[in-house]
Write a protein that binds this ligand. Structure first.
Ligand SMILES: Cc1ncc(COP(=O)(O)O)c(C=O)c1O
Length: 400
């Protein structure tokens, strides 16, 4: 058999995955500071959640490429609550944001076209782009008393092959919300170079200072595509329901083409579409639980880190993660392996495009007791292995 070049991945088990598997198989305890699946973090979901799947319309197969009207109208109500006027004709339903990205890459890019994405960020982009023969170019985020977009980094990355900029708002895992001035700088770039803007808002409702503005309102003169979905907005990743919203110049033409892409797959199933309005309307309860959990775990993290001056928690404005700076004395892979031996599992920052040494990422979503125990193990272990040599300085400005 001859395989495609785009699937020529190294599929060997990584050293970290192997160590985690062996410890799990040995039945040894692991406090998981990577937990990010809300269905496994001990939240209370309504007992009748699945009843919404058993509605009469779920028996009917009425293939609508953009998705059923009632489900798209529910998405519009979600944006109306955020102050963004979106019509159902602007919405295309998908089985996940990954599928929405893939539709958008196929809409905007030819093989070899480029998209620019800030890093550190969501690691799945590399795979999503490669599968659609799109090339990813990185634009560094800066950290200086908080994360910031550097529009010069975006400008620098652009080539004649660039078709779109991608933003994650707020970003995963940095928790950075795009500020209006940053959005305007990027909008100017899009206008100048005839680019589209793709904005991932899956964490939009998890801002620490209330809910911020959505890009679904559009940016003048810029084709903006917003992607989001139930996995974070309603804490229901297992339902595989997401959407994209198209705004701006030529949105109608874009949607006509998107409709053909969606019609080719017709991937949404009827029961989930029928249930989507109820699940989306019920998001308040699970969101409140998640916000309480994240705030509680962040408070616990800071309380314990007060005893560990060598470890700095970077500023975070929202989302489910916290980024830690640790003394860069060895590759983070070794640190993570050593921490696992102590019984705590964290992500190295390089998973998200951070440098190979000095960065860890913890999820704030896990059950509070396990989280607190994990942080205790982390702090003790870092104090023993690394703390003595540290200056405990705040992180420097990052420009990579
Ligand atoms: C930034 C970002 N976008 C999208 C997703 C996944 O969304 P979905 O489950 O709808 O594909 C994740 C999951 O962690 C994410 O971090």
């Amino acid at each position: 058999m001859r395989f495609s070049q785009r699937t020529g991945w190294n599929t060997e088990e990584s050293a970290l995955a192997r160590a985690h598997r062996l410890r799990t198989e040995a039945g040894l305890p692991i406090a998981d500071l990577t937990a990010s699946n809300p269905t496994r973090c001990g939240f209370d979901y309504p007992g009748d959640l699945l009843a919404s799947l058993a509605q009469p319309q779920a028996f009917d197969y009425d293939p609508q490429p953009r998705g059923g009207l009632a489900a798209r109208q529910a998405v519009c109500r979600y944006y109306a609550d955020a102050g963004a006027a979106v019509g159902p004709e602007q919405v295309v339903l998908t089985t996940g944001t990954s599928e929405a990205y893939s539709y958008l890459f196929r809409l905007l890019c030819d093989p070899g076209s480029e998209i620019v994405i800030p890093h550190p960020g969501y690691p799945l982009f590399d795979f999503l782009a490669a599968l659609d023969d799109v090339v990813i170019l990185g634009a560094p985020l800066l950290y200086d008393h908080g994360w910031q977009i550097d529009p010069r980094g975006f400008r620098h990355a652009l080539t004649p092959r660039t078709r779109a900029l991608v933003l994650v708002h707020p970003n995963n895992p940095t928790g950075h919300f795009t500020k209006p001035w940053e959005a305007e700088e990027l909008a100017q770039l899009c206008r100048e170079f005839d680019l589209s803007l793709i904005v991932d808002e899956v964490f939009l409702d998890y801002g620490f200072e209330g809910r911020p503005w959505s890009f679904a309102s559009g940016l003048e003169g810029v084709p903006v595509f917003v992607v989001s979905g139930l996995s974070k907005i309603a804490g229901l990743p297992q339902m595989k329901a997401a959407w994209l919203v198209a705004t701006g110049p030529q949105a109608g033409a874009a949607l006509d083409r998107l409709e053909v892409i969606a019609d080719t797959f017709l991937s949404m199933n009827a029961p989930v579409q029928a249930a989507l309005p109820a699940w989306l309307a019920g998001r308040g309860d699970i969101q409140a639980q998640i916000r309480r959990r994240v705030a509680g775990n962040l408070g616990e993290l800071d309380r314990q880190l007060a005893q560990a001056p060598a470890v700095n928690r970077l500023m975070v404005e929202g989302g489910w993660y916290a980024v830690l700076r640790i003394p860069a004395l060895q590759p983070d892979e070794q640190t993570v392996l050593a921490l696992l031996e102590q019984g705590v599992w964290v992500h190295p920052g390089y998973f998200f495009g951070m440098p190979a040494s000095g960065w860890l990422v913890v999820s704030l979503l896990g059950p509070m007791e396990e989280f607190g125990d994990g942080v205790t193990l982390l702090v003790n272990s870092l104090r023993t292995h690394q703390g003595g040599n540290s200056t405990g300085h705040q992180p420097q400005v990052i420009v990579e």
